[in-house]
Design a protein around this ligand. Structure first.
Ligand code: TPP
Ligand code: DXP
Ligand code: MG
Length: 637
């Protein structure tokens, strides 16, 4: 790194910055911002949110006695400054890489990380719990939740505010970090309310007023009350929060340490649930990120002097891109189609659809539960909703899938992206569980395309099925199979034989593959001259193909990129058991363990789900069967 980090290098923990004067804190902010930019440009990571929270993080650690006082971050994708100031500056080299530090707060990583997170809108609930625990235990502790304007759109945040408002004994400070952005531009009436608080020059006027009023020191008891009234009168009052029983302060400039520090100082000594509205800019200080915070939300590696490299032409499309193109084509073909995203327009591949079909596109905010039930409502009235959702975030909408979609057998289609290993985001974002939790729901079908072209066909197949259906596909690209333009419906519930074993009786193995892992299975099959079946459907399972494979082989292997426990392999075991068929079966997939962050290819290898890994597992389990002695034994049986 070329820049000088003379001050930052001396900060081993927040205690080191508490003695610094304002000028030095400003220098620290500048160094920290440069450090984050350089560091993230080398590792990839959530850049623009982190550039926007540098001053806020410094101010929080300067004013609060962390980690005794609790900072609870929402989502946690904006905690790089926090990590750097809490002893993990060197750790940033390995950010989100195998064995390195996480991109999110983790309790096991640092005592300053008070609550593990990465899914949105949990901070107020957790912080309220901590504040009430402290109160009940008689501990003197301040608890601060830091939540973005995007995260505040999540249902959990509203539920927590509703609860906090009836706990005046909870000393809880909620810092609303309002950068007027989610990943994409924010949506919804709450955003309109927040914008209203900043409009008409009020925020500009309030900036200096707030500085004078909210920063009055020292915070005496009587002053706290006056402060509140001043703030109500002179700064923008928010009836919304006040009516909920949460005292509202702000808005103040979240990049101005002279406003932040004294204000936090005063609010620190007030009681009950309080919300401080802080205004920041996503990408602050790096012009390219300020101009395009969406592109710099979570970039890979890049040269900070040049910015993000343009996508390479001719590269195979990702599954997400295949879905995005399919959605536009299907929308063109069927006027009933509507597309829904819970705040993931870019990640889920809906940018073009949103532009071309604005009346049929719904970004509902970070509100997965609502997204699913909203889709159910649309379906009730004859529309054909497609909910584009990451596997990990569908976990949030599970009861809605069961109660609102499946019980009523409504034709809602789920395009389940990021199913399987995701890489740098790690355990919180791995799409591990969707097969088990979806396949047990009556009426709901689960499809697992093996490649890009099959993905397009399966999306069409599921869409035309006219009942609840989920098509799951992974992050990134697959085998690179060319995608046909036509909208093809595949035979419902039918597997596809891909390779026939020519092995001797006693040595015949069939690999049943679910999803893109088919291609690794095909490679592994060469080693043992195994049969390979592309199962295509987890549900309805092609039991005819399964039983036929069991009859004509000596062992079965199932492979999927999801947890083995309760997964597609389990579905095969259940079907075999129901049919009274006994055959050795090896189930391969994700283990009963958290999949940590790292390079996705490396993770796949470590999990034994690449060709070599599958072959090694088969050899380990069925090695004796494959040996001459084993063959002899099988022949004698
Ligand atoms: C439950 C859930 N849904 C979606 C996401 C994906 N996501 C991560 S950050 C983010 C935007 C958050 O916006 P905000 O809280 O305002 O923070 P900012 O990015 O603006 O700093 C979204 C939608 C998530 N982490 N969790
Ligand atoms: C923090 C968060 O939840 C998102 O920003 C997520 O990291 C995006 O992941 P993708 O890069 O897979 O879209
Ligand atoms: Mg935001």
């Amino acid at each position: 790194m070329t820049a000088s980090f003379s001050l930052l290098n001396r900060i081993a923990s927040p205690a080191d910055l508490r003695g610094l004067d304002r000028a030095h804190l400003r220098q620290l902010a500048a160094e920290l911002r440069e450090f984050i930019l350089q560091s993230v440009s080398r590792t990839g990571g959530h850049l623009s949110s982190n550039l926007g929270t540098v001053e806020l993080t410094i101010a929080l650690h300067a004013v609060f006695n962390t980690p005794h006082d609790r900072l609870v971050w929402d989502v946690g994708h904006q905690t790089y400054a926090h990590k750097i100031l809490t002893g993990r500056r060197e750790g940033m080299r390995g950010l989100r890489q195998k064995g390195g530090i996480s991109g999110f707060p983790r309790r096991e990583e640092s005592s300053f990380d008070t609550f593990g997170t990465a899914h949105s809108s949990t901070s107020i609930s957790a912080a309220l719990g901590m504040a009430l625990a402290a109160q009940r235990k008689g501990e003197s502790r301040r608890v601060v939740a830091i939540i973005g304007d995007g995260a505040l759109t999540g249902g959990m945040a509203f539920e927590a505010l509703n609860n906090a408002g009836v706990h005046p004994e909870a000393d809880l400070l909620i810092v609303l970090n309002d950068n007027d952005m989610s990943i994409s531009p924010p949506v919804g009436a709450l955003n309109r309310h927040l914008t209203g608080l900043l409009s008409g020059g009020l925020f500009t006027a309030a900036r200096s007023t707030a500085k004078q009023v909210l920063s009055a020191a020292p915070p005496l008891l009587g002053l706290a009350r006056r402060l509140e009234e001043y703030a109500k009168g002179l700064v923008a009052p928010s009836p919304l929060f006040e009516e909920l029983g949460v005292k509202y302060f702000g808005p103040i400039d979240g990049h101005d340490l002279d406003a932040l520090i004294p204000t936090l100082h005063n609010l620190r000594d007030m009681h009950g649930p309080i919300l401080l509205h802080v205004v920041t800019k996503k990408g602050q200080g790096y012009k390219l990120a300020e101009a395009d915070p969406v592109a710099y939300h979570g970039p890979g590696r890049f040269d900070p002097a040049v910015g993000l490299a343009p996508g390479k032409p001719g590269k195979a499309p990702t599954f997400t891109q295949v879905f995005g193109q399919w959605l536009c084509d299907m929308a063109q073909a069927d006027a009933r189609l509507v597309g829904i995203t819970p705040a993931m327009r870019e990640g889920s591949g809906l940018v073009e659809f949103a532009e071309r079909f604005p009346q049929r596109y719904f970004d509902v905010g970070i509100a997965e539960q609502h997204a699913v039930t909203f889709a159910a409502g649309l379906a009730c009235e004859g529309l054909k909703p497609v909910v584009a959702i990451y596997s990990t975030f569908l976990q949030r909408g599970y009861d809605q899938v069961i109660h609102d979609v499946a019980i009523q057998n409504l034709p809602v289609m789920f395009a389940v992206d990021r199913a399987g290993v995701v890489g740098a985001d790690g355990a919180t974002h791995t799409g591990a569980f969707d097969i088990p939790f979806l396949r047990c729901v009556p009426n709901l079908s689960v499809l697992t395309p093996a490649d890009e072209n099959e993905c397009r066909h399966m999306l069409t197949t599921a869409y035309r099925h006219d009942a609840p259906a989920a098509v799951r596909y992974p992050r990134g690209s697959g085998a690179g199979v060319a995608v046909q333009a036509s909208l093809v419906v595949l035979p419902w519930g039918q597997a596809q034989p891909r390779r026939a074993s020519g092995a001797q009786p006693g040595q015949r193995i069939a690999i049943l593959a679910f999803g893109p892992v088919l291609y690794a299975a095909l490679q592994a099959a060469e080693t043992f001259d195994a049969s390979v079946i592309n199962m295509r459907f987890v549900k309805p399972l092609d039991t005819a193909a399964l039983l036929a494979a069991a009859r004509s082989h000596d062992a079965l292997v199932t492979v999927e990129e999801g947890v083995v426990m309760g997964g597609a392999g389990s579905a095969c075991l259940e079907a075999l058991q129901q049919a009274g068929v006994q055959i050795p079966v090896l189930n391969l997939g994700l283990p009963d363990a958290w999949i940590e962050h790292g390079d996705p290819a490396q993770i796949t290898t470590d999990l034994g789900l690449d060709a070599a890994g599958i072959a090694a597992s088969v050899r380990k389990r069925f090695g004796t069967m494959l040996s001459p002695a084993g063959r002899q034994r099988a022949a004698n049986e």
